[in-house]
Ligand binder design. Structure first.
Ligand SMILES: [Zn+2]
Length: 307
């Protein structure tokens, strides 16, 4: 991925060397877990525990501080950074926390820049993995309880022998462009008056390009031709991968799907530039800088992409 884009997006940068080949070695995993310099990222659903006070450099806790807070579930191996093994673990529900430790939702951590950028990659990986474990405790083939293995990257069913792997849900997110205009929509989920790119889950058996065309037709009635990829962003709410694309519009008349969107319209490049600056006369804005939606819009407004 383009380094500039990665550095501007939340959750897209990680300092972790995942050391995926080590996961199959149970002894190695146990040794990593026991190392004194190991760090533990502690999660309560979509919130991560952070030591508040002076600007924290990491959300990771040393083993002696993490031990009393962790639930009995085996920690997930995230990888290694600076020679330290990193793990993600769930905290005991309702565990009393020391005053200096606060659970903060990871969206706020990203939006407010509460931790260094590289930490957000660890939060995305940890949150998505723990969510998978929390929601896949039982074998989907036979219904028996399954067991985490391989550092947490697989769950095995001892009853029927099935192996289950963590999932990532791909989402196409696209800026549709027609010459000097782009298509932005307003969802009921957005705080007014925010306009953003269209987006939707990619379905099984579908290409990214076809998902861009289908979602745009469904939500706004616009026919899309050529699709171009820009970049991707892990989106741990709870386990998506946003795949950022441009689509070249082949039609202009918008038909809004009111179930999905409150509004959608064409915006000129100049108007979007004003929205990016936060000085639109009607107060219209686009998503914040940490999102791939913002980067799709910003890169097009500034002429960095050929569509
Ligand atoms: Zn089974």
């Amino acid at each position: 991925m383009n380094d500039d884009l990665t550095s501007r997006m939340g959750f897209a940068r990680s300092f972790i060397d995942r050391q995926a080949l080590l996961r199959a070695n149970d002894e190695e995993m146990a040794a990593m877990l026991g190392r004194r310099e190991a760090l533990f990222y502690l999660f309560a659903d979509d919130r991560v525990l952070v030591q508040v006070g002076a600007a924290p450099q990491t959300a990771g806790f040393a083993a002696e501080h993490a031990e009393g807070l962790m639930s009995g579930e085996p920690p997930v191996f995230l990888g290694v950074a600076d020679g330290r093994p990193l793990f993600a673990a769930s905290v005991i529900a309702e565990a009393p926390l020391p005053e200096a430790i606060k659970p903060i939702d990871i969206r706020s951590v990203a939006m407010q820049g509460l931790l260094p950028d590289g930490e957000l990659g660890a939060l995305a990986q940890g949150r998505s993995m723990l969510y998978w474990h929390a929601t896949h405790r039982f074998c989907s083939r036979c219904g028996h309880e399954s067991t985490p293995v391989q550092g947490g990257y697989r769950r095995d069913c001892s009853h029927c022998g099935a192996q289950h792997f963590p999932r990532t849900d791909p989402v196409s997110i696209m800026l549709i462009v027609n010459g000097e205009n782009c298509l932005l929509g307003r969802s009921g989920r957005f705080a007014a008056p925010m306009y953003s790119t269209l987006a939707g889950f990619i379905e099984p058996g579908e290409t990214i390009e076809d998902a861009v065309r289908r979602e745009t037709m469904e939500e706004a009635g616009i026919t899309v031709g050529k699709v171009t990829y820009l970049a991707s962003q892990p989106w741990p709410f709870p386990a998506s991968l946003m795949i950022g694309c441009y689509g070249k519009a082949l039609s202009e008349d918008i038909v809004i799907d009111r179930e999905e969107l409150m509004d959608a319209r064409w915006f000129s490049r100049d108007e979007v530039r004003i929205m990016l600056s936060g000085e639109h006369p009607d107060g219209l804005v686009v998503p914040q800088r940490f999102s791939i939606a913002h980067q799709l819009i910003w890169s097009w407004v500034n002429g960095h992409v050929a569509i």
